[in-house]
Design a protein around this ligand. Structure first.
Ligand code: HEM
Ligand SMILES: *[C@@H]1O[C@H](CO)[C@@H](O)[C@H](O)[C@H]1NC(C)=O
Length: 495
């Protein structure tokens, strides 16, 4: 009994001291500290409320409208929330040398986590360099045929399965995006992209379960506990994915056709031997495992946000028939003038569609916030805030897109904000659905093309209507994504 009492008291004292420590840490630096939970800050709110992580950050954004940064509790790791666009720019872009780490260190054995998204330092740089050629505009032009086929297969899939036209459009769209990323990675055959075995596995990999939420919180709160418990995120998918890549690559090695997909890149990387970074001299063997981890991550990082972007666009078009009509007209013109043959250039030239997609991704940005870890002592310009090596940074993203200072009537859907006349350079600091700086989304151009091609074929064949259910919370609880929860989209065939 006494022992329990001593234990509880020690624990409470520990909690108290840790909270006090966190508070002093930031107040000593002249930074406002968020006192609501001094020990675990927003991470506690995330674990104990049904809300998304970004929604908890929004509360802080609103509570301290004039602060250039706000300290939040995160056990022993100093953690700073950065709402100010100038400081955000500094973290993400200008001072890349100090903030080039995403803030998550996966454990050694977690092979699939060895990816562009989570890696850091020299290894990240080298892998990022090696993957970037997949996403240049020349490359995307030559792989457009895969993207186009995916979108065409999608329309056929919908027409073959009319029950998909009404109910749970997000899930239908994410099946499509998963199949489409699968096609971009493993290539297409004469079969429909919907007949791929990767679909079910890849879709399971990113479902937010309670266990994953806890892992996420631990990875963020305490790298040392994360390491000690040897937590891994993706072990269960290893065999399947590494084997899939092995099979495709071995098969391709004996083939002499250029297909312009990720598997092509894998073959040519392996043929040229070790990857070498000329700047740092760092070397890495592009093994099947290394490449499988990248391929896996195109699914994890690419599928849901791409589906969210298409969904958001359809939701808004379903609410605004007059805007939908204009999009329909632009799309019909493109099909008619080009004999129904879409190309990379046709898609790239659709100005109104581009404005609509940009605005949908402002209003419903698929990723809610960004993270970085400071890797050497530095200073944030606004507020002259000293940042110590090891500090975790959370930057606002959703909050900026919804601030009336930057976007008047922020909750109103207005594609005209992104017209050539209205677009302005101030938006460069506050509009960033794909992140910013050297660690921005490596798949950005591919994603934009995939989103637009999907919309192009969908809207050529269907009209959409939006169903709102005000009894549901607006967003589904999620770690990093912004997932609309109270709306659905219904498709009706056009004649
Ligand atoms: C509309 C769809 C997408 C959105 C909104 C999106 C958004 C983002 C954002 C916000 C980041 C973090 C950027 C930062 O921290 O500054 C990111 C990183 C990343 N994304 Fe995307 N993404 C999308 C699609 C894709 C696709 C299709 C792929 C792959 C084919 C992809 C692969 C990645 C990777 C690998 C990273 C990590 C980059 C690094 O750390 O160097 N994303 N994405
Ligand atoms: C037809 O395609 C060409 C290039 O392929 C493109 O430049 C043009 O804009 C397209 N027409 C329309 C109306 O989109």
């Amino acid at each position: 009994m006494l022992l329990v009492l001593i234990f509880v008291c020690t624990f409470l004292i520990f909690i108290y001291l840790n909270g006090k420590y966190n508070e002093n840490y930031w107040t000593r630096r002249g930074v406002t500290f968020h006192k609501k939970n001094k020990v675990m800050g927003v991470f506690w709110d995330f674990l104990t409320t049904p809300r998304s992580f970004f929604e908890n950050l929004c509360d802080i954004y609103k509570e301290y409208p004039n602060e250039p940064a706000v300290g939040v509790g995160s056990f022993f790791t100093p953690c700073l929330y950065v709402p100010d666009p100038v400081n955000i720019q500094h973290v993400l872009a200008s001072d890349f040398a100090s903030f080039n780490h995403r803030g998550v260190d996966p454990n050694e054995g977690d092979v699939l986590a060895g990816t562009i998204l989570f890696l850091s330092g020299k290894k990240w740089k080298l892998i990022r360099q090696s993957m970037t050629p997949l996403f240049t505009s020349t490359k995307l032009k030559s792989m457009y045929y895969i993207i186009d086929k995916s979108a065409q297969d999608f329309v056929v899939h919908l027409k073959d399965n009319p029950k998909l036209l009404k109910g749970d459009a997000f899930s239908t769209l994410s099946t499509f995006c998963c199949a489409a990323v699968g096609a971009a990675v493993f290539g297409v055959t004469t079969h429909s992209i919907f007949d791929s075995p990767f679909l079910t596995v890849a879709r399971k990999a990113f479902k937010p379960t309670l266990v994953r939420n806890i892992k996420f919180a631990i990875a963020n709160l305490s790298p040392s506990i994360f390491k000690y418990l040897n937590i891994n995120f993706f072990k269960e998918f290893e065999d399947f994915f590494i084997n899939a890549i092995k099979q495709v690559v071995r098969h391709r090695e004996n083939e002499d056709v250029k297909r312009h997909d990720f598997a092509d890149i894998c073959v040519s990387l392996q043929r040229s031997g070790k990857l070498v970074d000329p700047e740092t001299g760092y070397e890495l063997e592009p093994t099947d495992e290394v490449l499988a981890a990248q391929a896996f991550f195109f699914f994890v990082a690419g599928v849901e946000p791409t589906a969210a972007a298409i969904f958001a666009t359809l939701v808004e078009l379903g609410k605004h028939p007059e805007i939908q009509q204009k999009v329909h007209e632009e799309i019909d013109r493109a099909f008619e003038e080009n004999d129904s043959k879409m190309s990379y250039d046709t898609v790239a030239n659709m100005k109104y569609l581009d404005m609509v997609v940009c605005e949908a991704m402002r209003l419903h940005t698929p990723i809610g916030f960004l993270t970085r870890k400071c890797i050497r002592d530095t200073v944030l310009p606004n507020g002259n805030i000293k940042i110590e090596k090891g500090t975790k940074i959370l930057t606002a993203l959703y909050e900026l897109h919804h601030d009336s200072k930057y976007y008047p009537d922020p909750e109103v859907f207005k594609p005209e904000r992104f017209s050539r006349e209205n677009k302005n350079s101030a938006m460069d600091l506050t509009y960033m659905p794909f992140g910013k700086g050297n660690r921005n989304c490596v798949g950005m151009r591919y994603a934009q093309l995939q989103v637009k091609a999907g919309l192009l074929y969908l809207l050529r064949h269907f009209t959409v209507k939006t169903i709102v259910n005000n009894n549901l919370p607006k967003y589904r609880k999620d770690q990093v994504q912004v997932r609309l929860n109270n709306v659905d989209v219904e498709f009706s065939p056009r004649n």
